[in-house]
Write a protein that binds this ligand. Structure first.
Ligand SMILES: Cc1ncc(COP(=O)(O)O)c(C=O)c1O
Length: 363
Protein backbone atom coordinates (compact mmCIF):
# COMPACT_ATOMS: atom_id res chain seq x y z
CA UNK A 1 0.00 0.00 0.00
CA UNK A 2 1.40 3.37 -0.98
CA UNK A 3 0.17 6.68 0.39
CA UNK A 4 0.86 10.08 -1.10
CA UNK A 5 0.46 13.33 0.83
CA UNK A 6 -2.94 14.90 0.48
CA UNK A 7 -2.69 17.86 -1.88
CA UNK A 8 -3.76 20.52 0.59
CA UNK A 9 -1.31 19.29 3.24
CA UNK A 10 1.49 19.47 0.68
CA UNK A 11 0.31 23.00 -0.12
CA UNK A 12 0.49 24.02 3.57
CA UNK A 13 3.96 22.52 3.93
CA UNK A 14 5.25 24.56 0.98
CA UNK A 15 3.98 27.91 2.27
CA UNK A 16 6.87 30.31 3.06
CA UNK A 17 5.24 31.33 6.39
CA UNK A 18 2.08 30.93 8.40
CA UNK A 19 -0.56 33.53 7.59
CA UNK A 20 -2.25 35.39 10.46
CA UNK A 21 -5.70 34.68 8.95
CA UNK A 22 -7.13 31.75 7.04
CA UNK A 23 -10.18 32.68 4.99
CA UNK A 24 -10.56 29.09 3.78
CA UNK A 25 -10.61 27.26 7.09
CA UNK A 26 -13.17 24.45 7.28
CA UNK A 27 -13.64 24.47 11.07
CA UNK A 28 -15.94 26.31 13.44
CA UNK A 29 -14.81 28.93 15.95
CA UNK A 30 -11.61 27.94 17.72
CA UNK A 31 -12.01 27.23 21.42
CA UNK A 32 -9.89 26.23 24.39
CA UNK A 33 -10.95 23.95 27.24
CA UNK A 34 -11.57 27.08 29.32
CA UNK A 35 -14.00 28.38 26.69
CA UNK A 36 -16.16 25.28 26.62
CA UNK A 37 -15.86 23.63 30.05
CA UNK A 38 -16.51 24.86 33.57
CA UNK A 39 -13.75 24.73 36.19
CA UNK A 40 -15.46 21.72 37.73
CA UNK A 41 -15.50 19.93 34.39
CA UNK A 42 -11.85 20.76 33.73
CA UNK A 43 -11.03 19.30 37.16
CA UNK A 44 -12.94 16.17 36.19
CA UNK A 45 -10.86 15.86 33.01
CA UNK A 46 -7.70 16.16 35.12
CA UNK A 47 -8.86 13.23 37.27
CA UNK A 48 -9.52 10.76 34.44
CA UNK A 49 -7.47 7.57 34.86
CA UNK A 50 -5.08 7.33 31.91
CA UNK A 51 -5.83 3.73 31.09
CA UNK A 52 -6.92 2.03 27.86
CA UNK A 53 -10.56 2.62 27.09
CA UNK A 54 -13.03 0.45 25.23
CA UNK A 55 -12.54 -0.15 21.50
CA UNK A 56 -16.00 1.10 20.53
CA UNK A 57 -15.75 4.17 22.78
CA UNK A 58 -17.26 5.17 26.13
CA UNK A 59 -20.90 4.24 26.37
CA UNK A 60 -21.96 7.58 27.88
CA UNK A 61 -20.18 9.39 25.04
CA UNK A 62 -21.95 7.24 22.45
CA UNK A 63 -25.24 7.94 24.26
CA UNK A 64 -24.54 11.69 24.06
CA UNK A 65 -23.85 11.38 20.34
CA UNK A 66 -26.90 9.21 19.77
CA UNK A 67 -29.05 11.96 21.29
CA UNK A 68 -28.21 14.02 18.17
CA UNK A 69 -29.74 11.27 15.99
CA UNK A 70 -32.58 9.89 18.10
CA UNK A 71 -35.28 11.92 16.32
CA UNK A 72 -34.17 10.45 12.97
CA UNK A 73 -33.40 6.91 14.08
CA UNK A 74 -35.45 6.03 17.19
CA UNK A 75 -34.91 2.34 16.42
CA UNK A 76 -31.09 2.60 16.54
CA UNK A 77 -28.89 3.06 19.60
CA UNK A 78 -25.39 3.31 21.04
CA UNK A 79 -24.52 -0.12 19.64
CA UNK A 80 -24.64 1.39 16.13
CA UNK A 81 -21.98 4.01 16.96
CA UNK A 82 -18.21 3.55 17.06
CA UNK A 83 -15.88 6.30 18.24
CA UNK A 84 -12.81 6.93 16.10
CA UNK A 85 -10.11 9.61 15.75
CA UNK A 86 -12.01 11.99 13.50
CA UNK A 87 -13.89 11.44 10.29
CA UNK A 88 -10.51 10.84 8.74
CA UNK A 89 -10.12 7.55 10.63
CA UNK A 90 -13.79 6.86 9.98
CA UNK A 91 -13.48 7.16 6.20
CA UNK A 92 -10.22 5.22 6.20
CA UNK A 93 -11.75 2.41 8.27
CA UNK A 94 -14.91 2.20 6.17
CA UNK A 95 -12.96 2.00 2.91
CA UNK A 96 -10.44 -0.46 4.38
CA UNK A 97 -13.28 -2.73 5.50
CA UNK A 98 -15.33 -2.73 2.30
CA UNK A 99 -12.89 -2.37 -0.61
CA UNK A 100 -11.11 -5.12 -2.55
CA UNK A 101 -8.53 -4.33 -5.25
CA UNK A 102 -10.30 -3.24 -8.44
CA UNK A 103 -13.44 -2.03 -6.67
CA UNK A 104 -14.86 1.30 -7.75
CA UNK A 105 -16.19 4.12 -5.58
CA UNK A 106 -18.35 6.84 -7.10
CA UNK A 107 -18.19 10.32 -5.59
CA UNK A 108 -18.56 14.00 -6.36
CA UNK A 109 -15.69 16.14 -7.65
CA UNK A 110 -14.49 18.63 -6.44
CA UNK A 111 -14.36 17.11 -2.98
CA UNK A 112 -12.42 16.76 0.23
CA UNK A 113 -9.32 14.89 -1.00
CA UNK A 114 -9.73 11.83 1.27
CA UNK A 115 -12.94 10.92 -0.52
CA UNK A 116 -11.33 10.82 -3.96
CA UNK A 117 -7.89 9.53 -2.92
CA UNK A 118 -8.64 6.83 -0.35
CA UNK A 119 -10.05 4.21 -2.76
CA UNK A 120 -6.66 4.02 -4.56
CA UNK A 121 -4.97 3.28 -1.20
CA UNK A 122 -6.84 -0.03 -1.17
CA UNK A 123 -6.32 -0.83 -4.86
CA UNK A 124 -9.66 0.72 -5.79
CA UNK A 125 -10.66 3.35 -8.32
CA UNK A 126 -12.49 6.65 -7.74
CA UNK A 127 -15.06 7.49 -10.41
CA UNK A 128 -16.05 11.18 -10.34
CA UNK A 129 -19.43 12.80 -10.74
CA UNK A 130 -18.42 16.31 -11.74
CA UNK A 131 -20.17 19.22 -10.05
CA UNK A 132 -20.55 22.35 -12.16
CA UNK A 133 -21.02 25.98 -11.25
CA UNK A 134 -23.65 26.36 -14.00
CA UNK A 135 -25.78 23.64 -12.35
CA UNK A 136 -25.52 25.27 -8.91
CA UNK A 137 -23.06 22.48 -8.00
CA UNK A 138 -26.01 20.03 -7.90
CA UNK A 139 -25.41 16.49 -9.20
CA UNK A 140 -28.20 14.46 -10.79
CA UNK A 141 -29.11 10.84 -10.09
CA UNK A 142 -28.32 10.10 -13.74
CA UNK A 143 -24.75 11.37 -13.19
CA UNK A 144 -24.32 8.72 -10.49
CA UNK A 145 -26.12 6.00 -12.43
CA UNK A 146 -23.90 6.62 -15.46
CA UNK A 147 -20.78 5.79 -13.43
CA UNK A 148 -22.02 2.42 -12.12
CA UNK A 149 -20.26 -0.69 -13.40
CA UNK A 150 -19.98 -4.30 -12.26
CA UNK A 151 -17.03 -3.26 -10.07
CA UNK A 152 -18.84 -0.46 -8.22
CA UNK A 153 -18.79 -1.10 -4.46
CA UNK A 154 -19.90 2.20 -2.98
CA UNK A 155 -21.18 5.71 -3.49
CA UNK A 156 -19.68 8.36 -1.24
CA UNK A 157 -21.41 11.68 -0.60
CA UNK A 158 -20.70 14.79 1.42
CA UNK A 159 -23.51 17.25 2.09
CA UNK A 160 -23.32 20.11 3.00
CA UNK A 161 -20.41 19.89 0.65
CA UNK A 162 -16.72 20.71 0.91
CA UNK A 163 -15.74 22.87 -0.98
CA UNK A 164 -18.85 24.14 -2.83
CA UNK A 165 -21.38 24.46 0.01
CA UNK A 166 -23.87 22.49 -2.11
CA UNK A 167 -26.67 20.78 -0.20
CA UNK A 168 -28.45 17.57 -1.19
CA UNK A 169 -32.09 17.20 -0.18
CA UNK A 170 -33.91 14.19 1.23
CA UNK A 171 -35.69 13.50 -2.08
CA UNK A 172 -32.33 13.21 -3.83
CA UNK A 173 -30.98 11.00 -1.06
CA UNK A 174 -33.97 8.67 -1.27
CA UNK A 175 -33.39 8.24 -5.03
CA UNK A 176 -29.70 7.62 -4.39
CA UNK A 177 -30.58 4.95 -1.83
CA UNK A 178 -32.87 3.30 -4.39
CA UNK A 179 -29.96 3.28 -6.84
CA UNK A 180 -27.68 1.75 -4.19
CA UNK A 181 -30.30 -0.92 -3.39
CA UNK A 182 -30.67 -1.77 -7.07
CA UNK A 183 -26.91 -2.37 -7.42
CA UNK A 184 -26.22 -3.57 -3.86
CA UNK A 185 -23.85 -0.67 -3.10
CA UNK A 186 -22.66 0.82 0.16
CA UNK A 187 -23.65 4.43 0.74
CA UNK A 188 -20.98 6.35 2.66
CA UNK A 189 -22.02 9.75 3.92
CA UNK A 190 -19.34 12.18 5.06
CA UNK A 191 -21.57 14.20 7.37
CA UNK A 192 -19.03 16.56 8.91
CA UNK A 193 -21.10 19.69 8.20
CA UNK A 194 -24.66 18.44 8.82
CA UNK A 195 -25.03 20.24 12.15
CA UNK A 196 -23.97 23.53 10.54
CA UNK A 197 -27.57 24.14 9.58
CA UNK A 198 -27.29 27.90 10.00
CA UNK A 199 -30.45 28.80 8.06
CA UNK A 200 -32.59 25.96 9.40
CA UNK A 201 -33.08 24.20 6.06
CA UNK A 202 -32.63 20.75 7.61
CA UNK A 203 -29.21 19.61 6.46
CA UNK A 204 -29.25 16.39 8.51
CA UNK A 205 -30.69 13.73 6.23
CA UNK A 206 -31.98 10.24 6.94
CA UNK A 207 -29.98 7.45 5.30
CA UNK A 208 -29.49 4.83 7.98
CA UNK A 209 -32.72 3.00 7.25
CA UNK A 210 -30.69 1.54 4.36
CA UNK A 211 -28.80 -1.55 5.54
CA UNK A 212 -25.62 -0.68 3.63
CA UNK A 213 -25.46 3.00 4.61
CA UNK A 214 -22.87 4.40 6.99
CA UNK A 215 -22.25 7.96 8.14
CA UNK A 216 -19.15 9.59 9.60
CA UNK A 217 -19.07 12.74 11.70
CA UNK A 218 -16.78 14.54 14.11
CA UNK A 219 -16.26 17.32 16.67
CA UNK A 220 -13.93 19.17 14.26
CA UNK A 221 -16.34 21.22 12.16
CA UNK A 222 -19.62 22.48 13.63
CA UNK A 223 -18.26 22.12 17.16
CA UNK A 224 -14.94 23.76 16.20
CA UNK A 225 -12.86 21.21 18.11
CA UNK A 226 -10.51 19.46 15.63
CA UNK A 227 -7.85 19.16 18.34
CA UNK A 228 -10.15 16.87 20.32
CA UNK A 229 -9.70 13.92 18.01
CA UNK A 230 -13.16 12.50 18.46
CA UNK A 231 -15.26 11.38 15.53
CA UNK A 232 -17.78 8.61 15.03
CA UNK A 233 -19.22 6.27 12.46
CA UNK A 234 -22.81 5.07 12.63
CA UNK A 235 -24.53 2.29 10.74
CA UNK A 236 -27.21 -0.35 11.31
CA UNK A 237 -24.94 -2.80 9.47
CA UNK A 238 -23.61 -5.12 12.20
CA UNK A 239 -21.00 -6.76 9.99
CA UNK A 240 -19.49 -3.42 8.97
CA UNK A 241 -19.60 -2.08 12.54
CA UNK A 242 -17.82 -5.21 13.81
CA UNK A 243 -15.24 -5.06 11.05
CA UNK A 244 -14.45 -1.39 11.80
CA UNK A 245 -14.03 -2.19 15.50
CA UNK A 246 -11.76 -5.16 14.68
CA UNK A 247 -9.63 -2.90 12.47
CA UNK A 248 -9.39 -0.41 15.33
CA UNK A 249 -7.80 -3.06 17.59
CA UNK A 250 -4.83 -3.07 15.18
CA UNK A 251 -4.85 0.66 14.82
CA UNK A 252 -5.54 3.12 17.66
CA UNK A 253 -7.07 0.47 20.02
CA UNK A 254 -9.10 3.12 21.81
CA UNK A 255 -9.42 6.90 22.02
CA UNK A 256 -7.45 9.11 24.36
CA UNK A 257 -9.38 8.98 27.64
CA UNK A 258 -8.92 12.72 28.03
CA UNK A 259 -10.49 13.34 24.61
CA UNK A 260 -13.41 11.08 25.45
CA UNK A 261 -14.06 12.89 28.73
CA UNK A 262 -13.95 16.30 27.02
CA UNK A 263 -16.28 15.01 24.30
CA UNK A 264 -18.74 13.71 26.94
CA UNK A 265 -19.00 17.22 28.39
CA UNK A 266 -19.28 18.73 24.91
CA UNK A 267 -22.22 16.44 24.13
CA UNK A 268 -24.00 17.62 27.28
CA UNK A 269 -23.99 21.15 25.84
CA UNK A 270 -24.11 20.21 22.16
CA UNK A 271 -27.17 22.29 21.28
CA UNK A 272 -25.69 25.42 22.83
CA UNK A 273 -22.36 25.06 21.00
CA UNK A 274 -24.06 24.24 17.69
CA UNK A 275 -26.36 27.27 17.94
CA UNK A 276 -23.54 29.61 18.99
CA UNK A 277 -21.24 28.48 16.17
CA UNK A 278 -23.99 28.51 13.55
CA UNK A 279 -24.72 32.13 14.45
CA UNK A 280 -21.09 32.99 13.61
CA UNK A 281 -21.37 31.18 10.25
CA UNK A 282 -24.71 32.83 9.47
CA UNK A 283 -23.24 36.33 10.00
CA UNK A 284 -20.06 35.59 8.04
CA UNK A 285 -21.99 34.20 5.06
CA UNK A 286 -24.00 37.45 4.91
CA UNK A 287 -20.85 39.56 5.19
CA UNK A 288 -19.26 37.62 2.36
CA UNK A 289 -22.39 37.83 0.23
CA UNK A 290 -22.25 41.64 0.53
CA UNK A 291 -18.57 41.52 -0.42
CA UNK A 292 -19.39 39.48 -3.56
CA UNK A 293 -22.34 41.76 -4.44
CA UNK A 294 -20.16 44.88 -4.67
CA UNK A 295 -17.23 43.14 -6.37
CA UNK A 296 -16.96 43.18 -10.15
CA UNK A 297 -14.87 40.00 -10.31
CA UNK A 298 -16.42 37.44 -7.94
CA UNK A 299 -19.49 35.25 -8.22
CA UNK A 300 -20.80 32.36 -6.16
CA UNK A 301 -23.78 30.31 -5.11
CA UNK A 302 -24.45 31.41 -1.55
CA UNK A 303 -24.62 28.29 0.63
CA UNK A 304 -27.68 27.53 2.76
CA UNK A 305 -25.86 25.21 5.16
CA UNK A 306 -22.41 23.96 6.04
CA UNK A 307 -19.39 26.13 6.56
CA UNK A 308 -17.87 26.55 3.12
CA UNK A 309 -18.41 28.15 -0.26
CA UNK A 310 -16.58 28.04 -3.58
CA UNK A 311 -16.12 31.38 -5.30
CA UNK A 312 -15.32 32.12 -8.93
CA UNK A 313 -12.97 34.94 -9.83
CA UNK A 314 -12.97 36.51 -13.28
CA UNK A 315 -9.47 37.81 -12.48
CA UNK A 316 -6.46 35.45 -12.65
CA UNK A 317 -6.34 33.57 -9.36
CA UNK A 318 -2.62 33.12 -8.66
CA UNK A 319 -1.65 36.83 -8.40
CA UNK A 320 -4.82 37.49 -6.40
CA UNK A 321 -4.11 34.77 -3.82
CA UNK A 322 -0.46 35.86 -3.64
CA UNK A 323 -1.50 39.48 -2.98
CA UNK A 324 -3.87 38.31 -0.22
CA UNK A 325 -1.14 36.16 1.28
CA UNK A 326 1.08 39.27 1.41
CA UNK A 327 -1.70 40.79 3.51
CA UNK A 328 -1.41 37.80 5.85
CA UNK A 329 -4.60 36.11 4.60
CA UNK A 330 -4.41 32.53 3.37
CA UNK A 331 -6.99 31.51 0.77
CA UNK A 332 -6.99 28.04 -0.80
CA UNK A 333 -7.38 27.56 -4.57
CA UNK A 334 -10.10 25.20 -5.80
CA UNK A 335 -7.52 23.05 -7.58
CA UNK A 336 -6.59 21.51 -4.21
CA UNK A 337 -10.06 19.97 -4.19
CA UNK A 338 -9.95 18.79 -7.79
CA UNK A 339 -11.54 21.65 -9.72
CA UNK A 340 -9.84 23.52 -12.57
CA UNK A 341 -10.34 27.25 -13.16
CA UNK A 342 -10.28 30.39 -11.06
CA UNK A 343 -12.07 29.12 -7.97
CA UNK A 344 -11.17 29.62 -4.33
CA UNK A 345 -12.67 28.20 -1.13
CA UNK A 346 -14.05 30.34 1.69
CA UNK A 347 -14.74 29.09 5.22
CA UNK A 348 -17.23 30.91 7.44
CA UNK A 349 -16.62 29.43 10.87
CA UNK A 350 -14.10 31.81 12.40
CA UNK A 351 -14.73 34.75 14.71
CA UNK A 352 -12.02 36.84 12.97
CA UNK A 353 -13.62 36.37 9.53
CA UNK A 354 -14.57 40.06 9.23
CA UNK A 355 -10.98 41.15 10.00
CA UNK A 356 -9.64 38.84 7.28
CA UNK A 357 -12.30 40.07 4.85
CA UNK A 358 -11.42 43.69 5.64
CA UNK A 359 -7.79 43.00 4.78
CA UNK A 360 -8.55 41.50 1.38
CA UNK A 361 -11.11 44.25 0.68
CA UNK A 362 -8.41 46.94 0.96
CA UNK A 363 -7.35 48.32 -2.42
C1 LIG B 1 -15.54 16.82 4.19
C2 LIG B 1 -14.49 16.45 5.20
N1 LIG B 1 -14.40 15.18 5.62
C3 LIG B 1 -13.49 14.81 6.52
C4 LIG B 1 -12.59 15.71 7.06
C5 LIG B 1 -11.58 15.21 8.04
O1 LIG B 1 -11.54 15.91 9.24
P1 LIG B 1 -11.66 15.20 10.68
O2 LIG B 1 -10.82 13.99 10.69
O3 LIG B 1 -11.24 16.23 11.65
O4 LIG B 1 -13.07 14.81 10.78
C6 LIG B 1 -12.63 17.05 6.63
C7 LIG B 1 -11.65 18.05 7.11
O5 LIG B 1 -11.57 19.16 6.63
C8 LIG B 1 -13.62 17.43 5.68
O6 LIG B 1 -13.75 18.70 5.27
Amino acid sequence: MQFRTMKHHEFYERLPKRARYSLSDACGATATLKDILSEKEIAAVASVPLIYGSVEGREDLRAGIYALYQHLYPQLGVENITILSGTEEGLFSIMACILEPGDEVIGMLPCYPSLSDLPACFGGVFKPVKLEYERHWQPSIDDFAAQISERTKAIVINSPHNPTGMLLDQGFLDCLIDLCKQHDLYLISDDVFVFSDFSGVGSQLGILHYEKAVLANVLSKTFGLPGVRIGWVMSRNEELTESIRHLKTYNTICQSQLDEQVACFVMQKAELIIERNNEIVRKNVELFDDFVAISDSFSWHKPEAGMLGLVHSSKALKPLLEAWFEKDVLVLPGELFGIEGNYFRVGFGKKDFSEALARISEA
